[in-house]
Write a protein that binds this ligand. Structure first.
Ligand SMILES: [Zn+2]
Length: 69
């Protein structure tokens, strides 16, 4: 799945910085926020990724973020 791999690559590149869905949406060409959200849920199922409410490392907003451990 192309969206998933694009999102995964971005989160890996930003590691260990956590990032929120809107910031990912700004940086990945194509998918809407809903599609990003689905990709993040899939990533969060993998052990090396962690979803948490935290200050986003890019925009600084306190939101649901994801990061690679
Ligand atoms: Zn952000």
């Amino acid at each position: 799945m192309q969206i998933l791999s694009a999102v995964k690559r971005l989160v890996e590149r930003l590691a260990p910085t956590q990032v929120c869905a809107p910031c990912i949406a700004e940086r990945v060409e194509g998918p809407n926020l809903e599609e990003i959200g689905l990709a993040l849920s899939e990533l969060a199922a993998a052990r090396e990724f962690e979803r948490d409410n935290a200050d986003c490392g890019i925009c600084g907003e306190h939101r649901l973020t994801i990061r690679k451990k």
